[in-house]
Design a protein around this ligand. Structure first.
Ligand code: CA
Length: 229
């Protein structure tokens, strides 16, 4: 089996070499780019499975770089690293296509566990599945959603959440399952972000946003419109 390839884009030499060491020790084929331009050149030469992207780079603004990487590599997992505690920057990076983020300082074991979960999810990827409920159509490999002929634009987490629900249409999916599958297997703390994403999906999907809330338990995507229980 070919080893999964991780590109680290990080200008801090100490952090960069620590990351490479930890990733190689965990069995990944990893390389380091210390500027945004070097990162772009590297991904064009060898497209990676995952990019660990420091948002504070000397040459290209991190969020802008994230957007460019996402445009070039729709299937690559992008995890951003930020030294700043500003939530706003993280939100903007997630909008620009990042799949996840870690705030410095972080524990290497936590980082590796997160990356492993992302890569496993990507590898286990649904292959060639198209899921439909009425006129709602999810193309899982392409990560696109259509209602009739109209595409619904979702952020990465919104898509993952919808996919987790729609692939089990008519069944209750617990909050824990959703947090594990969509966010991280090592999540902890408040899960309000889940409820926020569900309300966004309801709004964006309109008539197809029929996701029932089962208070304290989870959510269920209905075959047909239904109210709250
Ligand atoms: Ca930096």
């Amino acid at each position: 089996m070919t080893r999964e390839r991780i590109l680290v884009v990080e200008d801090d030499a100490v952090i960069g070499s620590e990351l490479l060491k930890a990733l190689s020790a965990s069995g990944y084929d990893s390389s380091l780019a210390n500027t945004g331009e070097a990162g772009l050149a590297d991904v064009h030469a060898h497209p990676p499975d995952l990019i660990l992207l420091d948002l504070g780079l000397p040459d290209i603004e991190g969020v802008e770089l994230c957007r460019r990487l996402r445009a070039d590599l729709p299937q690559t997992v992008i995890v951003v690293l930020t030294a700043r505690t500003e939530e706003f920057e993280v939100v903007v990076a997630l909008d620009a296509g990042a799949d996840d983020y870690l705030t410095k300082p972080f524990r290497l074991t936590e980082l590796v566990a997160r990356l492993r979960a992302h890569l496993r999810r990507r590898a286990a990827g649904p292959g060639d599945q198209i899921v439909t409920v009425g006129r709602l159509r999810l193309d899982l490999p392409a990560r696109r959603v259509h209602i009739g002929g109209t595409e619904v634009l979702l952020r990465p987490k919104e898509f993952d959440l919808l996919a987790a629900l729609v692939t089990r249409v008519g069944e209750v999916v617990t909050r824990e399952q959703l947090m594990d599958e969509v966010w991280d297997e090592n999540w902890f703390g408040p899960t309000k972000t889940l409820d926020v994403h569900v309300s966004t999906l309801r709004r964006k999907l309109g008539a197809y946003g029929h996701i029932t809330t089962l208070r304290g338990r989870g959510y269920r995507y209905e075959r047909e419109a239904a109210g709250e229980e």
